[in-house]
Design a protein around this ligand. Structure first.
Ligand SMILES: Cc1cc2nc3c(=O)[nH]c(=O)nc-3n(C[C@H](O)[C@H](O)[C@H](O)COP(=O)(O)OP(=O)(O)OC[C@H]3O[C@@H](n4cnc5c(N)ncnc54)[C@H](O)[C@@H]3O)c2cc1C
Ligand code: SF4
Length: 327
């Protein structure tokens, strides 16, 4: 498959890049590693007139640390996130999530910023133009129907970026830059719950940094992914947990799930069950069951809703057990 024609732009700074995005508005797209964007362009899912290459801007591919936070440039490669000793020691859930995304080759090209901005996926959307033409357009293509949720009133394409639940559990924020200025938002607040427009990041905004607070003493985190193939596959489900302990008591906990529906989500009911309690096998099982009950998974090709619901309980329990036995 060939790429459609586009004009290639190489800004030298974030200010220049945001100026170009402002100037070309929705006709322009940012290019990072290109591992998702170029595939979408070949499939003619999107056909931007301009590609603004972030890689021409120096200094966006570093990880820096202060006493209070760890900051990632948007162009830090997934492979770097996975192998960094700083990330592995302080944010193990994120290192594990990055190490499970895609394949070694793609992790060596794909970036953290691109992963956060990854478009939602659906079997009816991630197809060639020729395949799609046999179907009436669905919501994601400006139509009035959804093939996944029959009678659905919106697009339910799945949020599938592996690093996102880990970053959500770790309370990450994003620094977004545009020609109008900049804003800092928590990662959790950007998701809309709509598969066709998954986040509130505007077309003229650039993720300029991913900021993760340094976990407090007594903290640990873990991530598990369920996928059909271990070597390379988008998730059927992701679970990430960040736990802060005081002795053997769970002082605070954040549990995030992804690939459940059109937005990643927190398992707040499960967190409530565990917060302030001593972790035990029974309590972990109770929390896992609650996470599964509260989530409303949509079906994914080859699996049923009932299976996905059951696997949420299994994945949450195993992620919690991983932490409970980690020390
Ligand atoms: C075969 C295959 C398997 C894959 N498997 C997985 C998987 O298992 N898990 C997974 O999570 N992903 C997977 N991916 C998707 C993709 O490779 C990764 O999500 C990768 O991290 C995307 O990063 P990138 O730098 O290549 O993004 P790009 O493709 O360059 O960009 C992706 C999107 O993000 C936007 N963007 C990029 N950077 C920024 C920024 N700084 N600010 C604002 N917008 C930005 C782009 O405009 C584009 O819309 C897979 C891809 C392929 C081809
Ligand atoms: S979830 Fe529905 S509307 Fe969204 S891409 Fe798939 S079929 Fe289209």
């Amino acid at each position: 498959m060939r790429l459609p024609k586009f004009e290639y732009l190489e800004p030298g700074s974030l200010a220049e890049a945001s100026g170009l995005l402002g100037q070309h508005s929705e006709e322009a797209r940012l290019l990072a590693g290109g591992t998702d964007l170029l595939v979408a362009m070949k499939l003619r899912s999107i056909t931007p007139r301009y590609l603004v290459n972030l890689k021409s801007i120096p200094g966006l591919d570093t990880i820096s640390a202060s006493d209070s936070e760890i900051t990632f440039g948007p162009l830090v490669l997934l492979s770097t996130v996975a192998s960094s000793s700083l990330v592995r020691e302080t944010l193990p859930a994120l290192a594990e999530a990055a190490s499970r995304a895609a394949s070694p080759q793609i992790r060596g090209t794909g970036t953290l910023g691109g992963n956060i901005c990854l478009d939602n996926r659906c079997t009816y959307y991630n197809q060639s133009d020729m395949w799609r033409r046999q179907w009436e357009a669905c919501f994601k293509y400006g139509g009035r129907r959804c093939y996944v949720v029959k009678g659905g009133k919106q697009c339910y394409a799945l949020a599938c970026a592996d690093t996102v639940p880990a970053l959500m559990a770790l309370e990450a924020s994003l620094r977004l830059v545009s020609s109008a200025g900049e804003r800092v938002v928590t990662l959790e607040e950007i998701f809309t719950g709509k598969g066709d427009v998954p986040t509130t990041i505007q077309p003229n905004e650039i993720v300029a940094a991913v900021i993760v607070p340094r976990p407090k003493p007594g903290s640990s985190s873990a991530f598990l992914k369920l996928a059909r193939r271990g070597s390379i596959d988008f998730p059927l489900l992701d679970a990430a947990v960040a736990l802060q302990r005081n002795g053997d008591t769970c002082e605070d906990i954040r549990i995030a799930l992804s690939a459940v529906g059109p937005a990643p989500l927190r398992a707040k009911g499960a967190e409530e069950i565990l917060r302030g309690q001593k972790l035990s096998a029974d309590l972990i099982q109770e929390a896992a069951t609650r996470a599964s009950k509260d989530a409303r998974p949509i079906s994914a090709i080859g699996t049923t809703v009932a299976y996905r619901r059951q696997m949420i309980a299994v994945l949450v329990r195993r992620t919690l057990e991983k932490l409970d036995t980690a020390d």
